[in-house]
Design a protein around this ligand. Structure first.
Ligand code: SAH
Length: 228
C-alpha cells in the first residue's frame, strides 16, 4: 500500500480534497494511506515554539532545524524519501509523479513563514521540490497538488487503468480536445471524425490535434517531443 506522510503545522487541512470521490473510496479501501504529522508536537518548550528569526537579519521567521528534525526522526525510517515543498526546489512534473507513485512511502514537509533552517535539509537528506514558479504562503496546498497527481497513478485508484495513459504530459504532448453529448450544441457539432466509428482515423486525428496544440501552446514540450 502506498503511504503518504505529511509534516505540517496545519493538520486540519488534510485530507481535504483527497477524501473526496475516487480518492476517498481508495482511502477507505486501503489502496493508500495518509499519515498527518503535526510538526508542533515535536516542540519541547512550554509554548510549543516551532520558529525563530533568521541569523543575519531579515523579515519573517524560519522553522527551527531541531524541532523539524525531531519530528522527522520520530516518524521516518531510514531509506524513505523525504521532500520539502519549496519554491527553490526541482520542478515537480508528471515524470516525478510517475516515479513517486512506484515508491512505498513518500514524505512531504510543508514549510511556513520564510521557510526552514537549511541545515535540516542536508542532515536529513531531504529533496526539495517546487510546484511552479510562484510563491505560496505555505507548503500545504503544494502537498495536496503533489499527492493528487501521484494518487491518480496508483493501481486501482481511478478504476480505469487506461484513462491516465493518454493524458496530457504522459506522451510528451498536451491532450487532444474531447467532446460529449449533445452532438450539436449552440449550433456547433462535434468533429465528424469522432462519429465515424473508424478507430484508426480517430487515433490519427487525436494525435494530430495533440501535436498542433502542443506546438502552439508549449513550444518547450514540442521541441523535446520532436527530438525524442
Ligand atoms: N522565503 C522563501 C519562500 C517561503 S514561502 C523563498 O523565498 O524561497 C513559505 C512556504 O510555502 C515554503 O516553506 C514552502 O513550503 C511553501 N511554498 C511556497 N512556494 C512554493 C512552491 N512554488 N512550491 C512548493 N512549495 C512552496
Amino acid at each position: 500500500m502506498f503511504q503518504a506522510k505529511v509534516f505540517t503545522l496545519y493538520p486540519e487541512v488534510f485530507p481535504g480534497p483527497l477524501s473526496k470521490g475516487l480518492y476517498g473510496k481508495a482511502l477507505s479501501n486501503k489502496l493508500w494511506e495518509l499519515k498527518i504529522i503535526n510538526i508542533r508536537d515535536a516542540a519541547t518548550d512550554k509554548h510549543k515554539t516551532v520558529d525563530d528569526s533568521p541569523y543575519g537579519g531579515g523579515t519573517g521567521m524560519l522553522l527551527k532545524a531541531d524541532i523539524l528534525a525531531n519530528s522527522i526522526d520520530q516518524n521516518i525510517k531510514n531509506g524513505e524519501r523525504i521532500f520539502y515543498l519549496s519554491p527553490k526546489g526541482k520542478k515537480f512534473d508528471q515524470k516525478l509523479a510517475q516515479e513517486l507513485s512506484r515508491e512505498k512511502s513518500v514524505s512531504l514537509i510543508c514549510g511556513h513563514f520564510e521557510g526552514v533552517d537549511e541545515r535540516v535539509l542536508t542532515t536529513r537528506n531531504i529533496e526539495e521540490i517546487s510546484i511552479g514558479d510562484y510563491v505560496l504562503s505555505g507548503g500545504e496546498t503544494a502537498a495536496l497538488v503533489v499527492l493528487d497527481s501521484i494518487l491518480r497513478l496508483l493501481p486501482g485508484v481511478l478504476g480505469n487503468e487506461k484513462s491516465s495513459m493518454d493524458e496530457t504530459f504522459e506522451n510528451g504532448l498536451l491532450e487532444y480536445p474531447q467532446y460529449t453529448k449533445p452532438q450539436i450544441w449552440e449550433e456547433k457539432s462535434v468533429p465528424g471524425v469522432l462519429l465515424s466509428g473508424d478507430h484508426g482515423k480517430i487515433k490519427d486525428w487525436r494525435l494530430s490535434q495533440s501535436e498542433a496544440i502542443t506546438r502552439v501552446r508549449r513550444p518547450d514540450l514540442w521541441q523535446k517531443y520532436k527530438k525524442d
